[in-house]
Design a protein around this ligand. Structure first.
Ligand code: PLP
Length: 483
């Protein structure tokens, strides 16, 4: 029944696109709307409860189409999302951009205010849904902040780093005008904990800045005292601290850096704090998990991936900044062919990211938020956490296993007691069976397996089945050692 429902909706979507294409001659080539046209057409906040497909679908014509001129991308997106492809490893799709396609892409770019308008509204919805301070809202009167959808969390980390770098160079140069930007760049140092994702290192490679991996504490958190020591030493060596990537929900064990301690230090040192909450950000939809982001008021930018746990297909990274001018300073180039009459009035997201062109990703975020509603998404998060808790109880009940780091949210890390090799063999055995797939990580020298639930469909029976598979695999590894 469920599948049938999706098929009917899919057919409706195809019909809509086909109707659109057959009436395209009667439609305006260039939208006739003013900046801000969309806000009065949509609710100020995300709906508490999910809405019906029909009411969402009807709004495409009412809200989106007046500010849109090309639906070609939606068709492409439907296919891409239907395939659910990630493409970050192994296979890479190659898209041939022929002349016609390129023309459509450029038209889409120049003439789709709906894309920008919906993104600003939906990013405000989402900021309020996860409890971000008002400084990060587009619609807040006294701020210059706002949200933007980036492709990945790695992109968000890089974008924030490049903006922070520009600010730092500008600041230092105004104090020491005889220093040139590349001399200053050569002295800049960024920080993150030794648990941060490798994308921070990559961003530093691209930005040609040094990275100081600060040791985390015994709970895998970055603490104020460790950062303070690292900064003092770097300054003694003539370096200029400028950027901290704080992680809320580390990749390995979902640990949370302590923003309450880190914030005031960075404030004093003019260090831009970017928050990488790739997985855990979705949990902040639920007020009971927001204590993990205490201190967020000190941060300059914040990002999480609705594509990880908020039921939005890849790609979708929600990123907010407090001062959009910092992004403009880092990314604004102004060639004649990109100038338009609404420059300065409307948001130009091309100045908020590295590429020029962008996809209409706000649409899928809008669909998901409306169809689940805030409460539906909160239920989904709590379900994931409960499933994680259930799995944790199974692991704890078996003496052969250990949980080397606290469970936070839905992520449980576990290993076989003893040498790393045993857990490595266990993972091979588990993944080799093809029924479940787990990913390893290393925590302070310990090889661990990560287990998490992000699907709405996972039931307690599924968790029990997974645990049975893991137990059988463990027996297979350990039995020969008993003899
Ligand atoms: N940051 C954290 C904390 C992550 O866990 C991950 C991936 O798992 C990333 C960044 C990278 O995410 P993306 O693939 O969106 O760049």
């Amino acid at each position: 029944l469920l599948q049938h429902g999706y098929l009917v909706k899919g057919k409706e979507m195809i019909d809509f696109i086909a109707d659109y294409l057959s009436t395209v001659r009667d439609r305006r080539v260039y939208p006739n709307v003013k900046p801000g046209y969309m806000r009065p057409l949509i609710a100020e906040d995300a709906p508490r409860e999910g809405e019906s497909w029909n009411s969402i679908f009807e709004d495409i014509e009412r809200v989106i189409m007046p500010g849109h001129s090309c639906l070609f991308h939606i068709l492409k997106d439907m296919l891409a999302n239907g395939l659910g492809q990630l493409g970050f490893t192994w296979v890479r799709t190659k898209e041939s951009l022929n002349g016609l396609h390129r023309l459509i892409v450029s038209l889409f770019q120049a003439s789709s205010p709906a894309c920008t308008e919906l993104e600003t509204v939906v990013m405000d919805w989402l900021a309020k849904m996860i409890g971000l301070p008002n400084d990060f809202l587009h619609s807040h009167a006294d701020t210059t902040g706002g949200g933007v959808i980036q492709t990945t969390a790695s992109d968000a980390t890089l974008v924030a780093l490049l903006a922070a770098r520009k600010e730092a160079i500008h600041r230092v140069q105004s104090q020491f005008p005889y220093l040139n930007p590349s001399e200053i760049n050569g002295r800049l140092v960024a920080y993150c904990s030794d648990q941060a994702h490798s994308s921070v290192e990559k961003a530093c490679l691209i930005g040609l800045v040094k990275l100081n991996l600060v040791p985390s504490d015994d709970k895998l958190r970055l603490r104020g005292s460790a950062l303070r020591q690292a900064i003092a030493k770097d300054k003694e060596n003539g370096l200029i601290p400028f950027y901290l990537c704080a992680t809320l929900g580390t990749t390995g064990a979902c640990a949370f850096d302590n923003l309450v301690e880190l914030g005031p230090i960075c404030d004093r040192e003019h260090i831009w704090i970017h928050v990488d909450a790739a997985y855990a950000g979705t949990a902040f939809l639920c007020p009971e998990f927001r204590h993990f982001m205490d201190g967020v008021q000190y941060t300059q930018s914040f990002a999480f991936n609705p594509s990880k746990w908020m039921l939005v297909h890849f790609d979708c990274t929600a990123m907010w900044v407090k001062t959009s001018a910092s992004l403009h300073r880092a990314f604004n180039v102004d060639p004649l062919y990109l100038q338009h009459e609404n420059a300065g009035v409307a948001i130009d997201y091309m100045h908020w990211q590295v590429p020029l062109s962008r996809r209409f990703r706000a649409l899928k975020l809008w669909f998901v938020i409306r169809s689940f509603g805030v409460e539906g998404l909160q239920r989904h998060v709590r379900h994931g956490v409960n499933m994680g808790r259930l799995f944790e109880s199974y692991v704890k009940s078996d003496e052969r296993f250990e949980i080397p780091a606290d469970r936070h949210l839905g992520l449980v890390v576990f290993r076989l007691k003893g040498d790393n090799e045993l857990t490595e063999q266990l993972l091979k055995e588990i993944n080799g069976g093809g029924q479940i797939h787990c990913v390893p990580a290393s925590i302070k020298g310990k090889y661990i397996i990560r287990f998490t639930v992000t699907s709405t469909e996972t039931t307690a029976d599924d968790i029990e089945r997974d645990w049975r598979i893991i137990k059988v695999a463990a027996t297979k590894i350990l039995a020969p050692l008993m003899n």
